[in-house]
Design a protein around this ligand. Sequence first.
Ligand SMILES: Cc1cc2nc3c(=O)[nH]c(=O)nc-3n(C[C@H](O)[C@H](O)[C@H](O)COP(=O)(O)OP(=O)(O)OC[C@H]3O[C@@H](n4cnc5c(N)ncnc54)[C@H](O)[C@@H]3O)c2cc1C
Length: 434
Amino acid sequence: MSQSWTNWGRNEHAAVDRLHRPERASQVAEIVGTAHKEQRKVKVVGSGHSFTGIAAPAQDQLRLDALTGIVAVDDTRRRVRVRAGTTLRDLNPLLWDLGLAMPNLGDIDAQTIAGAISTGTHGTGAGLQGLAAAVCGLTLVTADGTEVRCSAEEDPGLFQAARVGLGALGVLTEVELQLVPAYRLRAVERPAELMPFLESVQEVADTDRHVEFYWFPHTERVLTKRNTVVDALHPGRPLPRWREELDDHLLSNVVFEGINRLVAWRPSLAPRVNQVSARALSAREFTDRSYRVFCTRRTVRFTESEYAVPRAALVPALLELKAWIEANDEFLPFPVEVRFAAADDIWLSTAYERDTAYLAVHQYHRMDNRRYFAAFEAIARSHSGRPHWGKLHTLGAAELDESYPRFGEFVDVRNRLDPDRVFTNAYLDRVLGP
Ligand SMILES: Cc1cc2nc3c(=O)[nH]c(=O)nc-3n(C[C@H](O)[C@H](O)[C@H](O)COP(=O)(O)OP(=O)(O)OC[C@H]3O[C@@H](n4cnc5c(N)ncnc54)[C@H](O)[C@@H]3O)c2cc1C
């Protein structure tokens, strides 16, 4: 009997013919080898937190939730080998106990390590790269059931392709990570006026380690978030429990859900509601373990599109988007999020060879996102934007080939490793070609 699968955003659904939950890497090889012989498609899923159909199974689904945990630790080089199904939520405290940490993280920790790197998941920090840049070695099972290892020294071409591999090259079974000593962050969150903040935003991004901001459509207000590393001996000053509950649970989730339901019922209330939300934001400061500062709980469901633009294009692109929203009566209860990353050398990374600003737009999951996301995409594309692989966009292989200088080489690796397209699905057929 087939089962059904849906992603976190509830905008992607698929039937699963056969569900496999291997407990050992050798079982992954057997499952993939058999599927290949029987001409079946196999899609490995992480936590299902991509908004695109990148993780949707065409036939069989492979879940690695029994393939988790740290396999080996190299104290001297600060490296760990992790089973691919490990979630960041489980990994971060384990690393802390080892005196280690990821150099950067995104804003949630529900993803598996393999799923996060495969779509180019990133956090913010003009001097820092996405999560896949911390990968120094990979083990994957390819379409014929063979286990392959790669790193910068061992099969470097495969390594450049497979760190952000879109799940198209094989099933990752282990990921080796280059970590940094565990660190605490001091978080400073403050409301500000949009236009004066935009005048200094590039300088601010170069000053603090992690800078991001949220602009509330229909207002001239932003919430800025700036995190800096504190001395290793700092004891930490986390938010009091009641404040964490109030801000991160009650206001960010419970009240925000109510606001979104209200706006879904009567969209024209969005401007007034956003004025109130933006005014209600108060400044706060706290110091905590890095992963606790980066990652928050998100229970209000939404859909999202995010584009990476060259840093210099950030302000013009954001102002064009603002003008479009104002001219088109698009009612939006969710803020626009802006983040930064340094250039890297990973073939399908959104920050490949360019310093990047990310612009992300969201819509409540019960509201139609099409007109807004289409306008956003057109603006981002006109600034040479590259879409996040796990967030909504409409581009196909021809356009992506123009955006990524090494796209052709990635496709060559795919053709070599998976000529019969065991790992494909409709999304991969669209973005990489059939
Ligand atoms: C609330 C929310 C917040 C988010 N915040 C951020 C953020 O701050 N920054 C950011 O960049 N993104 C963010 N995202 C997007 C998210 O990080 C990515 O979509 C990520 O890929 C999800 O990881 P996952 O484990 O759920 O992978 P899935 O969505 O399940 O899968 C993604 C891809 O990885 C592949 N994959 C999974 N496991 C393996 C494996 N073992 N071997 C090979 N391929 C594999 C799948 O086949 C698929 O192609 C957010 C998403 C949500 C819903």
